[in-house]
Every structure is written in structure tokens, then in C-alpha cells.
Design a protein around this ligand. Sequence first.
Ligand SMILES: Cc1ncc(COP(=O)(O)O)c(C=O)c1O
Length: 379
Amino acid sequence: MLSRNAHKSVIAGVIINGVEPIWVHPKFDAERHMAHPPEPDDVRDRLREHPDAKGMLLITPTELGSCADIRGVADVCHAADVPLIVDEAWGAHLPFHPGLPSWGMDADADLVVTSVHKMGGAIEQSSVFHLQHDRVSVDVLKQREDLLGTTSASSLVYAALDGWRRQMAEQGHGLLDTALRRAERLRAALDELPGLAVMGDEIVREGLAAEFDPLKIVVDVRDLGITGMQAAEWLRAERHVDVGGSDSCRISASITHSDDDETEKILLEALRSLVDGADSIERQRPVRLPEPRALELEQAVLPRAAFFGPAEQVPAEQAVGRISAETISPYPPGVPVVAPGEVITEEVVDYLRSGIEHGFLVSDAADPSLETFRVLTRP
Ligand SMILES: Cc1ncc(COP(=O)(O)O)c(C=O)c1O
């Protein structure tokens, strides 16, 4: 069972029933135009509808720091006798400070997958599994890993992981304590700046997030009259500051154990000058953001069958009503809007094409310009 996070398009959870992925939709936050992970009741409902489901895959935290009630979801899964797998790509730091949201292993998940290179300190491709209980067989997991993993293990990766583990075991609490105070100070300073809305604990409420990662500095820039992509581009060009992410509404940055007073100051000063310089940034027609419901496309064919099925490229206007044979994930934020097997709608074509005008990159589509779409040939 998977559920989709960000714009439907971010997958926040999926129930796997052996063949067909069953989506558990995220909590869509219309005010912020972002998605939060699904809640235990959403998972319970889907498991009741699909008693043959084999497991649940939950994505938490999201890239923007919105966290699920992992323990609640784990209880629901275990009551149905299925394992909970957590994609905790953004949570490498969570085990090492009580002021951070809970991490999957503490919250009774069966399997947790973490990208240490994201919020931790390791070189790229340093992802790890954590396994507990006996719902997922260690032999099966190892076999699958052997199938997908490289046969040329990198000692750099292992050394970086070992170094990180040791650093966190010995100094993690202190380092993260400093990072948490830094993030709090930064959030308070940014709150003072006109035109910026800094996300915080207000998202922690029923129907939205269960917890929030305070090390995520998520800043909505719409009141400056620009998009997050424009803000990110301006910061890069004018201040040589690369933020971690951006989308049509906001930019995001992460404070980590490796930040210091200098990096804190650079970020704050850069955002101050963005506020001062925003009037000089060219106004664009806004991206035509679809209603959340419009992002829940009908799955007409299983993803695998559509991906490997007979396909053709058709002009965008003729793609409406056709079944996609590809994944389309505009970056930013890098979340699939269309999955293989889904029926393409006019709203989605409109959204994607207006996003391209604003600089969306769609590297996974066969035609990244989206002038044409890859669809299944008609039978
Ligand atoms: C939720 C989520 N899961 C998995 C990944 C991929 O992780 P990795 O870099 O370890 O391949 C990403 C990458 O951004 C992600 O956001």
C-alpha cells in the first residue's frame, strides 16, 4: 500500500497486494498547496477495502518535513497482520535527538529505509535498511537487495556510513541540539521579514501533519508576487545560495549538524535581500495549480503493464483521455504527477504545460518538453 504525498504526485503510501499498488492518498493542504502523509484511519480504511494487501509503504517525513503518525499506522498494519515499511529517506537524523520527530524503528515499523546522504552526513548513494520483528524475512530482503544492488560495493560509502554512525553516537545529541537552536533562531528572524511565511508547528494538527521536523526551513514566497522557483533562481544567481528545494509556492532549506554561524548568516542575509529585491523580479502568470482531486487520476492499467506495453508519442492535446506509458515527475518538486497506467486528464496536461513555462524540468518523460506524451497504443 502506498500513499501519495506532495501533489498527489508525491507518493506517501502504497498498499501492496501482491500485484496492484493501491494508493493511500495524502492529506492535501489546500492553503499551503502541499500534501501531508496519510493518517492511521486512511490506512485502516484501505486495508479493510483490500484485505489481500501484503504490506504498507509509508513515506515520512516528506521532503518538507511533514511527518506521519508512524506508530498509529504501524498498529493498524500489525492488527491486519501486514508489515509497515517506512521510506524515511529524509529522516537520517531523527534517532539522535528527542526534540526531533520519532523515527520508524522507535515507532514499531518493520522496515525503515533511510538515505543517510540527505539529512545525515554521508556521500551520495549511502542508503541503509533497518529491520525488526519477523514480518519481513531477512533472507528475502537480502535476496531482493542482491537483485537490485551493485556488485561493486564502494568502500567510500561504507567508510562514510561508519563515520556518521560514530559521530552521531558520540556527539549527535550536542550537534543536533545546536542545529535545533539555530533553526529556531532562523525561523524567528525570517518571521520578521515581510512577504515571507515560514512554516512551523501550525501544521501539526488533525488532518495535516502528526509531527514537523523543525530543521526544515520552509518559506512560502507567494506574497512577494513570485514563485518559489523564481526565488530559488534569484538566490542562486544573485547571492550564490543554492536552497534545497523549491516549487511554485515556496523554497526550502535544511539546517543540519554541519551548519555554523556563517551558513546561518548567509541564508538569512540572502533571504533579506530577496525580500528587498523581489520587486525587480519579472512577474509571471501563475502556474495553473490543479485542485487536489484533479491529481487523483484513474488507474486504468497496472503500472508495470503500461510501462512495458506498446506505446506511442502523441501531441499534448491528443493525450487527454489516453493511458500514460510513462512517469511524469516535474522537478521541482520531483514528485510524479502521472504514473504509468493512469488516464491523462486536461487539468493535468494544463498544469504540466504551464509549469514547463515556469521552468519545471521533467527529466523522466520521453519528451521532456511535454509537447508530446508517451501513451499506450489503442488496442
Ligand atoms: C521520499 C524519498 N524516498 C527516496 C528517495 C531516493 O533516495 P536515494 O537518494 O537514497 O535513492 C528520495 C529522494 O529524494 C525521496 O525524497
